[in-house]
Design a protein around this ligand. Structure first.
Ligand code: EPU
Length: 430
């Protein structure tokens, strides 16, 4: 069992380099299945979700070679398998992109229902609606999605019931090799949607409109190999900015696209922080005391749901009462119970959380309930007096590259330790 030990109460200071965007990488890697040739992808984050997907591709017959810590070569031209290894695929959310890629290339996909963080029900009905509109037949048997099509997929119009990031990207992936034009309406506009479109276009696809709510995909016969560099991770950058704010520090995030951070820095400014933008960096200087604010999470360019737990920590330390309304998921407040162990005052009612600011948080043993909630526990630990032990950090490592090393670079007192599982302690004692 891995834990983080955080000794808090010290303002963070310095600069941190942001890695490539997780939610772009986890779509681009499965999309490599569409390419007839070799592609080199740079700025891939070194996180467990990426390693799981690379393992899946290798198991299916792809040649994947590490060039350096963030650059990989993919050659899927000789892949013939259409079934993703069940246990690996069901562990991660992004395995759903394998369905679009395999169906688009081979007309058949067998992929476990996706796993991922538990925020209540996370259906994939919009993905399925899109695949069916393109001529696919979708069944779910034994926890596995079986998608088939007798012939090449055929482009069609798909109107999404909600701006789903996953459905937008998955339908885009499936449509790239289809015959004719696919039009996705009410599409998600997140930076990683645009990044996937740019990746596909650089390999010969014809995707237009990504970043608006109507995306057009003109099908092509095949994709060729090429070279691509993934955009920086908006949420990783936002997380370090929040850590700067919560600890009263001064932090610069480098290798970022400042425009992608506007929705996050706008709120930090409201809380009294000074934000300075550079070409590819953003600096935060936190005030002595943060001010209260309200947040409603929304699809891009709204405030991201993936920053909700991190800003809750800042609100816990702000003067006054703040309100968070979760606008994307049914149940993303499980971490509030963990924050309360550290002295935060938060009340949850359905999709709303009311947070009463307090002067100090106090270190405690807490759990990472999911990826972003785990990052929030680390931030809370850094801002708290005393020692915080964060358990279940495998969630954090799904999406944050070297978080311990990066925080240490900002002066944090944090270490990663291995402790025996409780059952093995009992066995040793017994
Ligand atoms: N939804 C449906 N049906 C669908 C698809 C979505 O009802 O077919 C609902 C979801 O239940 C949710 C909302 O629509 O209430 C939005 O879901 P979306 O499809 O946008 O999310 P996702 O594709 O499952 C991705 C990211 C999440 C991020 C969301 C929102 C990946 C692998 N995951 O999930 O990332 O929270 O978009 O931006 O890209 C994270 O990085 O921590 C994370 C959870």
């Amino acid at each position: 069992m891995t834990q983080y030990i955080v000794r808090g109460g010290k303002p963070l200071a310095g600069s941190v380099t942001i890695s490539g965007a997780k939610n772009a990488a986890v779509a681009i890697i499965p999309a490599a299945l569409l390419i007839d040739g070799k592609c080199r992808v740079e700025n891939i984050p070194d996180i467990s979700d990426v390693h799981d997907l690379i393992d899946i591709l290798i198991t299916m017959g792809a040649t994947v070679t590490k060039v350096n810590s963030s650059t990989w070569d993919f050659d899927c031209s000789h892949v013939r398998q259409t079934r993703a290894p069940f246990d690996k695929a069901r562990r991660i959310r992004a395995s759903y992109y394998l369905i679009g890629a395999l169906l688009g290339r081979f007309g058949r996909a067998e992929v476990a229902m996706p796993g991922g963080c538990d925020f209540g029900s996370r259906p994939i009905d919009q993905h399925i609606k899109g695949f069916e509109a393109l001529g696919g037949t979708i069944e779910t048997i034994g926890g596995e999605v079986i998608a088939t099509s007798k012939q090449r997929l055929v482009g069609n119009g798909v109107y999404l019931d909600m701006e789903s990031v996953g459905a937008t990207m998955n339908i885009m992936i499936a449509a790239v090799l289809a015959e004719g034009t696919t039009v996705i309406e009410n599409a998600a506009k997140e930076p990683h949607v645009v990044d996937l479109a740019n990746f596909l276009n650089s390999m010969g696809a014809r995707v237009s409109g990504a970043g608006t709510d109507v995306i057009k995909v003109k099908g092509v016969e095949k994709l060729h190999g090429g070279f691509y560099s993934i955009i920086p991770d908006q949420i990783e950058a936002g997380t370090y900015l929040m850590a700067g704010a919560a600890t009263g520090g001064s932090v610069t995030v480098t290798n970022v696209i400042p425009k992608h951070l506007d929705c996050i820095t706008a709120k930090l400014k409201e809380m009294g922080c000074t934000i300075t933008e550079f070409d590819d960096a953003v600096k935060i200087d936190a005030p002595g005391h943060l001010r209260r604010t309200n947040v409603k999470t929304m699809p891009y360019p709204g405030f991201p749901t993936d920053m909700q737990p991190q800003i809750a920590v800042c609100m816990s330390l702000a003067k006054g009462t703040s309100i968070i309304t979760e606008g994307v998921y049914d149940n993303r407040f499980r971490y509030v119970a963990e924050l309360r162990r550290m002295g935060a005052i938060g009340q949850v009612d359905g999709k709303v959380c009311v947070i009463e600011g307090t002067d100090t948080l106090v270190g405690a043993p807490v759990k990472a309930c999911d990826l972003r909630a785990g990052a929030a526990m680390v931030i809370a630990g850094l801002a708290a007096q005393g020692t915080t032990i964060v358990e279940d950090v495998h969630y954090i490592e799904r999406g944050y590259e070297n978080i311990v090393g990066k925080l240490r670079g900002l002066g944090a007192d944090i270490s990663r330790i291995e402790v025996p599982e409780p059952s093995s302690i009992v066995a040793a004692v017994g």
